[in-house]
Design a protein around this ligand. Sequence first.
Ligand SMILES: CC(C)(COP(=O)(O)OP(=O)(O)OC[C@H]1O[C@@H](n2cnc3c(N)ncnc32)[C@H](O)[C@@H]1OP(=O)(O)O)[C@@H](O)C(=O)NCCC(=O)NCCS
Length: 403
Amino acid sequence: MDKELTQKCFNEGIERYPFWAERKRELKELLSKIEREVQDLEDAAQNNVEISKETTQKTKAIWCLSGSGSYLEPLISAPSDIPLKSSLWAHGTDKKRLDYCAQLLHDLKNKGGNPIFVYNGVEEQNEVLRKIASKNLGLNKNEFFIPEGNNTKTIDQVMNLTFPKQLKLEKLDIVGVVSHAAHLSRVMRMVEKFRPFPKNVDIMLYPLVFKNSRDEDRFVFSEIMGILGYISRGEISKNAYHYKLKGGANRGGIRVAKINKNDLMDVYNLSNQEDVRAASFNSAKIELKDHEKWFSEKLKDKNTVWLKAVVGQSLAGQIRLDIENKKALIGVSVGSEYRGRGVASILLQSVITRAKKKKIKFIEAFIKSINSPSIGLFKKHGFVYDDDVQISGSPAKRFIYRF
Ligand SMILES: CC(C)(COP(=O)(O)OP(=O)(O)OC[C@H]1O[C@@H](n2cnc3c(N)ncnc32)[C@H](O)[C@@H]1OP(=O)(O)O)[C@@H](O)C(=O)NCCC(=O)NCCS
């Protein structure tokens, strides 16, 4: 989600809702909060993180939020007088969520967990779930639960959410929630208002994204307009229920996501930290205008894989691969206040996984010989010493990771 879209939501918000036209400053603050939230959700959706043992054991239910599509026949093939036919829901959104939920449930079970699959759509969709559960999703009768209620809108799904009686949700148990990224931002404001489970149950969000960014933008826009409408009528909370994002809990709160254009200044500040400059072969301070040009070129470069580690809302570190002819050059840095807690390790593992998918043959790292933390880091993750070299007058070592 970007600033332009936030501006569009602002303009439309004050035009559509007199409530917001009278509260422009509050609207601006709310939208910038939502922008950050949606960005985090979209980033998390890109991550293929391992689910930790703790999360596996604590997750008691996976709640799949449906749309108005259907599993077997997306509405796109329905007669044209069906009102939702032209909406994004019509394109099999439901199928993607249900397939993902089923996969998640199976993954958790394979790891020794025992969550139940919860789905509460409109009656026709509930019927579809009963039909497809075993054949398409591989769920037996005891593995899914459909709460009572004919839920035509998301808000009905939230209000009417219940869990099987035998499932006694307790403090610190986890309910996983699956839906598309921006939808979850709206859902969590409804959850905050209605609290359809006992106090102190943890929510862990598993966001999904659309295939292309054009659909994503349309979707985000409609979700945010929804949030503004509901808040203006006093029907949902301004704040989201506190949640964890998938992957957050098992990495001490460290998340990995792709670098995007909003990270320009954070990367600039990190790169200019004294010891990050000292570790580099060009140790001079970086000027902002040079950084801006370089940053936007790197972002566009298809041969660059660039990830960040995020702690809370802050950029804690970054890692970059520059790929050329099946080999990649690697660079990593972690903010001094975030060192020694595995940030670089997590970044390195993530980037190696991505490099594998890109069929790279080897990754090379050039490290100043005096930089023992970095040498330790790369060795720990399977890089092997290859040669002593001189770079810009500094003695350095070349390390190689072979696939
Ligand atoms: C090198 C750097 C990226 C490590 O980041 P980090 O998040 O602190 O590293 P991690 O916590 O993931 O540590 C991973 C491993 O690195 C090594 N390491 C990290 N800090 C170390 C230190 N101060 N002394 C020795 N080894 C160290 C260890 O092998 C460690 O594994 P261990 O914890 O099992 O001993 C960070 O110190 C940094 O950004 N330095 C400045 C920039 C830089 O040197 N970049 C690399 C250029 S080649």
